[in-house]
Design a protein around this ligand. Structure first.
Ligand code: TTP
Length: 191
């Protein structure tokens, strides 16, 4: 019998990415406290977030149901940029990314009869951004629900001069690593 997969995420991007690789799932988002611990390093943070999201979701389902969760953070000089809280925060984030290379970490957690976790790390280089460009981008509405206040798959794509890593990982669910994890748990694309 096919394993039921639950996607513990409210992110439309994660749903679209799973659709792209023909994986069947049900959506059950979870809300957890996403505040980093004092001095928590970014890698530990994304791993902990993905694990906590899948664990919180698993409480609502019978044992052995497969639960998939992920967390994406933008990392600049070892500082974690999550989703901006307001315009001021988004502008601060975009200014800090202007003209430099940063990291995007996405951790993916999958629980069924066992727990597995993978982390995708990508480098993203931005062109220098003027205040006018940043302001216009904020007005587009795109930054608000995105880690680091940008979306590479949206209008923010014009800021990105180079990437080294996984495009889908930057968007929120690294497809190569996720498909490997799913296969470990007996979950495959529909034919
Ligand atoms: C860097 C980047 C992030 N993002 C998005 C992916 C995630 O949805 C979001 C990071 O926030 P997350 O906290 O990882 O995810 P979420 O709160 O949107 O959803 P959930 O916790 O329910 O799974 O930023 C993009 O869409 N494009 C990008 O280029």
């Amino acid at each position: 019998m096919a394993t039921t997969l639950i996607l513990a995420s409210a992110s439309p991007r994660r749903q679209e990415l799973l659709n792209q690789i023909a994986i069947r799932y049900h959506v059950h988002p979870t809300a957890i406290d996403e505040t980093p611990y004092d001095n928590e390093d970014p890698l530990s943070y994304v791993k902990r977030m993905a694990e906590e999201k899948s664990a919180a979701c698993a409480l609502h389902f019978p044992e052995h149901t497969a639960i998939l969760a992920a967390d994406t953070s933008v990392v600049v000089n070892q500082h974690i940029l999550g989703k901006p809280t307001d315009k001021h925060d988004a502008i601060r984030m975009l200014r800090s990314l202007s003209g430099i290379t940063h990291w995007v970490y996405t951790a993916v957690s999958l629980r069924s009869h066992k727990h597995d976790l993978v982390v995708s790390k990508s480098e993203v280089t931005f062109k220098p951004l003027s205040d006018a460009e940043i302001d216009a981008y904020w007005q587009s509405g795109e930054p608000l629900d995105k880690a680091g206040a940008y979306a590479i798959q949206g209008r923010g794509g014009i800021f990105v001069s180079h990437i080294n890593g996984s495009f889908s990982g930057i968007v929120g669910l690294p497809l190569y690593e996720t498909s490997q994890l799913l296969a470990l748990h007996g979950i495959y694309p529909t034919v």
